[in-house]
Ligand binder design. Structure first.
Ligand code: HEM
Length: 450
């Protein structure tokens, strides 16, 4: 134990394993990491230490701590990925950059994900949603599987114009699934392990990207997608030496495409699945939501379809999305590594320590969210104080994919509530023991036309 940690309250647990067992078992309980945090917060206060999964960690919570950790001045903290995550995403990933390098890379990557940048993908996403929901009529479906296929097709198309069906899509999906399940595995790179398979699949995915990039470069396949816009920037190389700032190497492009896939897929899939679950359990919210969408539909000329301007004007839907992210807290804690000494809630944090923000407690603070376990979108009627809601984070690392996620979710909701009612097939509130919180049973439902 680092000597300076002595003053921080908390327990180390058992030798070697520390508190890993209770951490893992409570992590996958229905209340998730909340019970692990809450017990210790009761005993030690807002800031406590632990030894979990081979790491000394400091946990903290509250609006003040989140302000310090998420927006702390440049270079104070860096993102804290597990070793496997670092290797799988690669050294050029946005998640591994800090300070100025991070800012520059983020600017290049976030631009195509702005609201304006997303407009050109609207039609594809809408058509894909309609096609998916056409298959749902009278069926039993696993919401999580459907949502996963949907979000992966969206991002594959957005990034590199992948067709939603066919050999390339399948190859892409297979590689992605293996990479994704290796992301939080143990870092043993020997044949037979999830990590080894993940690194092999990363090579495979990069070969696929190399082929697509080469096709674009020789001009045989010009497309207006994310990759296209990066290649155009990259293409500036050698043009009078200007615009150095706008250049990305192939390695940077590939690591960051993978980063967007990993950061965007499970999160959006989980959000869609929780949304269907919460709506099914809260009929008043579902009725109000359906009213908003039926009204949008009734104002439309018959035969025409959802439009870009309609999807950007769904006020109640926006609140339902926020409330879903609050209740589910898909990423239950945000992890940072201290890049220098600093103070938090009166405790000295030393350079190199892992400092973790417990977001579940922030999202269930009864002072801010009365009756916090209730699903109630009207909580978002009035603006909240900053740092009380962190569904997409805050500060320089706030989610750059948030507009895409909201767009996908709003289109999905529109078609779902206009066409169908549904019932869960199982009563089971367990969650998967993965980094991103999702219902363990993939949420099976039976669907019926309205
Ligand atoms: C509902 C879906 C989503 C949720 C709830 C979500 C949530 C978050 C949160 C909370 C963070 C900040 C984490 C931290 O501060 O440690 C984050 C970062 C990030 N998200 Fe999302 N996200 C979603 C969808 C997406 C999508 C669709 C993409 C990409 C297309 C994406 C890409 C990223 C990236 C690259 C980062 C890292 C940003 C940085 O370090 O600068 N996310 N997301």
């Amino acid at each position: 134990f680092p000597k300076e940690m002595d003053v921080i309250p908390g327990s180390l647990g058992w030798p070697v394993i520390g508190e890993s067992f209770s951490f893992i078992s409570e992590f996958s309980s229905p209340s998730g990491i909340f019970s692990f945090m809450n017990k210790r917060q009761q005993r030690y206060g807002k800031v406590f230490k632990s030894y979990v999964l081979g790491r000394y960690m400091v946990f903290t919570t509250g609006r003040e701590a989140s302000k310090v950790l998420l927006t702390g001045k440049d270079g104070m903290v860096s993102l804290n990925l597990f070793t496997t995550g670092q290797k799988v995403l690669g050294p050029n990933s946005l998640l591994q950059q800090n300070g100025e390098d991070h800012k520059r890379l983020r600017r290049l990557i976030a631009e195509p994900l702005s609201i304006d940048g997303l407009k050109k993908y609207f039609q594809f996403i809408n058509d894909l949603a309609i096609e998916m929901f056409d298959q749902w009529d009278g069926q039993k479906v696993l919401v999580l599987e459907e949502a996963s296929t949907f979000t992966l097709k969206v991002i594959g198309n957005m990034i590199m114009s992948l067709e939603p069906e066919g050999e390339e899509q399948e190859k892409f999906r297979d590689y992605f699934k293996i990479i994704s399940s290796s992301f939080a595995s143990l870092p043993f790179n020997i044949p037979g392990t999830a990590f080894y398979r993940g690194m092999k699949a990363r090579d495979g995915m990069f070969e696929m990207l190399d082929t697509i990039i080469a096709r674009r470069r020789n001009g045989s396949d010009m497309k207006q997608d994310f990759l296209g816009s990066l290649i155009k920037k990259h293409g500036k190389e050698g043009s009078e030496g200007k615009d150095d700032d706008e250049k990305l190497t192939d390695a940077q492009m590939k690591d960051n495409i993978l980063t967007l896939l990993i950061a965007g897929h499970d999160t959006t899939t989980a959000a869609l699945t929780w949304l269907v679950k919460f709506l099914g359990e809260n009929h008043a919210a579902l009725d109000q939501l359906r009213e908003e969408h039926m009204e949008i539909r009734s104002k439309r000329k018959s035969g025409s379809n959802l439009t870009w301007s309609e999807v950007n004007n769904m006020p109640y839907t926006a609140k339902v999305v926020s409330e879903t992210l609050r209740r589910a807290t898909i990423l239950p804690w945000y992890s940072r590594k201290a890049a220098m000494d600093f103070e938090i809630d009166g405790y000295r944090i030393k350079k190199g320590w892992s400092v973790n923000l417990d977001v579940v407690s922030i999202h269930h603070d009864p002072q801010v969210f009365a009756d916090p376990h209730k699903f109630d979108p009207s909580r978002f009627d009035d603006p909240l104080r900053s740092f009380s809601f962190l569904g997409f984070g805050n500060g320089p690392r706030m989610c750059p994919g948030m507009n895409l996620a909201k767009l996908e979710i709003s289109i999905f909701i529109h078609h779902l509530v206009c066409r169908y009612k549904w019932k869960p097939l199982e009563k089971d509130d367990s969650v998967q023991p993965t980094l991103v919180r999702m219902p363990k049973n993939k949420y099976p439902i039976i669907v019926e036309s309205l």
